[in-house]
Design a protein around this ligand. Structure first.
Ligand code: SF4
Length: 293
């Protein structure tokens, strides 16, 4: 049996770092990319602006995790938010990523293009925050569309303004994190503001794109009924663009990274939601007519 044929389709959005995720991951890390060596700082900044290089934390090939089918997921480095429940604080600083040439990335996608097409998969940019490097990501998406490869952007939408309508044209699917339903809660959860997420979702909907909403459920942080209601109302403004909502129960798989980086971890003692709480939140979204996983 080939490596690819051994893949099973499992539940959506497994927890990265979990055994289940590892079992669905064929290969990855940071191998296989030529990296620009010897560029001085100014050259790097210019190359970043033009999208000739992107700073990448890691990548992998997986199935049914970050979008449909077998996908190459690229975790970009750099994120402007500081979510209390972040499981990848090692992606926060762009400079901690590895610079990768645009051509090297496109070449790698081309190598897997037949597999992507055969499985209904494609390329997913995640992070960190994928919209922090709009030139690189959108140029890769353009090239992917020219190869007939499905494109997916995993984002909080916080950097809505980084994306032009033309860039949105090359997104097939967006995994949009709606991290809370009102500005005050959003600020507590992420340190950022909510409105850009709403604006980005509405732009995607207007452009006829598909959206999968992700909502991380954390007791005493995002779990309040009113907060969930407000998230549901925001999602309603995206209309038929929303294919489903994923309710993701908080977990502690990211805790060792916070410790390793010596960042004070606000959710040290958080145990995650009970099955009953998850059910209540899923039912709340369902009562607004959404398909919920
Ligand atoms: S947006 Fe994602 S990567 Fe950034 S802090 Fe939040 S959870 Fe972490």
């Amino acid at each position: 049996m080939s490596e690819i044929a051994q893949f099973r389709t499992t539940t959506r959005h497994m927890l990265k770092g979990s055994k289940a995720y590892a079992s669905q991951t064929l290969m990855g890390g940071l191998s296989g990319f030529e990296s620009p060596i010897g560029m001085d700082r100014r050259d790097r900044i210019n190359a970043l602006k033009s999208g000739d290089i992107g700073f990448v934390h890691s990548w992998d090939i997986n199935t049914s995790v970050d979008g449909p089918g077998t996908r190459m997921t690229v975790f970009m480095s750099g994120c402007p938010l500081r979510c209390q429940y972040c499981q990848n604080p090692d992606t926060w600083k762009m400079r901690d990523g590895k610079p990768v040439y645009l051509e090297a990335m496109i070449k790698k996608i081309d190598r897997y293009a037949d597999l992507f097409k055969a499985t209904g998969g494609g390329i997913t940019f995640s992070g960190g925050e994928s919209m922090m490097q709009p030139a690189f990501v959108s140029r890769v998406f353009r090239a992917s569309k020219e190869m007939g490869v499905h494109t997916c952007l995993d984002t909080s939408g916080f950097l809505n303004r980084n994306y032009t309508d033309e860039m949105i044209d090359d997104i097939d699917l967006c995994l949009l994190d709606v991290k809370s339903g009102d500005e005050e809660t959003y600020r507590i959860v992420t340190g950022g503001v909510l409105q850009p997420t709403i604006d980005f979702g509405q732009r995607l909907a207007k452009a006829g794109k598909k959206i999968w909403i992700r909502f991380v459920l954390v007791p005493d942080l995002t779990s309040a009924e009113e907060n969930v209601e407000n998230v549901a109302k925001i999602c309603e403004t995206f209309g038929d663009a929303v294919e489903h909502i994923d309710v993701l129960p908080f977990h502690q798989l990211g805790r060792p990274k916070w410790h390793e980086l010596r960042i004070p971890y606000p959710l040290e003692d958080q145990k995650g939601p009970s099955a009953a709480m998850k059910q209540r939140v899923m039912d709340q979204f369902r009562s607004h007519g959404f398909v919920v996983y």
